[in-house]
Design a protein around this ligand. Structure first.
Ligand SMILES: [Zn+2]
Length: 244
């Protein structure tokens, strides 16, 4: 440990708790990485600017490399976080019951996120559809780019009141969200600011975008210029002719 003062301070004595335990699996839930050890789970949150890299233990630490998880094979899992909004928690119970994870909405690629779920979640909501999709109490991990792109593919306006979609719309939107995310994962993420994948290279999904950051450029389907406006402090891009 080089710096324990993250978003929450790292528990005292955690090093002793972890020593000698075998790392059995690495999973993810929303923005949390779950490192399954023999007697419990390390819950790692990357915050706004955090990353973990697997490198040789002897690699000299850079500024903001706050802790290492040293493995038997001479490698270390190293946590880097300039803004220190990330966190590290240990739990011996099921991680899904931990207070950080217990209230999380479904994963977009999980079976539980389906047309019925989205249709029910939108009933009676006046909130604009795009803002509802980006609300992590409805579904986790659908960020600005993917919400914009999924709405385009489902031919739905980002401004439409969420409560005014039909069950057929909900089915189209769920399918579009799953397709957009699956394709982005396949290609290796979106080239965006400081995004890099585990190999440290940028993603290429941006070449497949239909609306995001394409303001005034012709729609790839109908040639109408793509429009941009601000919704909940985020830029929204859409085709006024394809999306209703
Ligand atoms: Zn169009």
């Amino acid at each position: 440990m080089r710096e324990r003062r993250l978003r929450w301070p790292i528990a005292r004595g955690l090093e002793r708790t972890l020593a000698g335990q075998r790392l059995q699996a690495v999973e993810r839930r929303a923005k949390y990485l779950l490192l399954r050890l023999e007697r419990g789970t390390l819950i790692v949150h990357l915050g706004m600017s955090g990353s973990v890299r697997l490198l040789a233990e002897a690699t000299p630490p850079r500024p903001h490399d706050h802790w290492d998880l040293i493995l038997e094979n001479g490698q270390a899992l190293r946590f880097h976080d300039p803004r220190r909004f990330g966190s590290l928690h240990w739990t011996e119970g099921p991680p899904e019951s931990h207070p950080l994870l217990a209230a999380l909405a479904p994963e977009p690629l999980d079976e539980s996120f389906d047309a019925d779920y989205l249709f029910r979640a939108t009933r009676g909501r006046k909130l604009a559809l795009k803002q509802l999709l980006m609300n992590s109490r409805i579904v986790v991990g659908v960020g600005n780019i993917y919400a914009s792109e999924a709405l385009f593919r489902a031919h739905l306006s980002p401004r439409r009141a969420a409560g005014r979609i039909t069950r057929i719309h909900a089915a189209a939107l769920v399918a579009a969200i799953k397709a957009v995310l699956s394709e982005a994962i396949e290609i290796g993420g979106t080239t965006l600011r400081d995004y890099v994948n585990a190999e440290g290279t940028p993603g290429y999904f941006s070449q497949k975008l239909f609306v995001y950051e394409r303001a005034r450029q012709p729609c790839r389907l109908c040639r109408t210029p793509i429009k941009q406006f601000t919704q909940g402090q985020r830029s929204t891009y859409w085709c006024p002719s394809c999306q209703r």
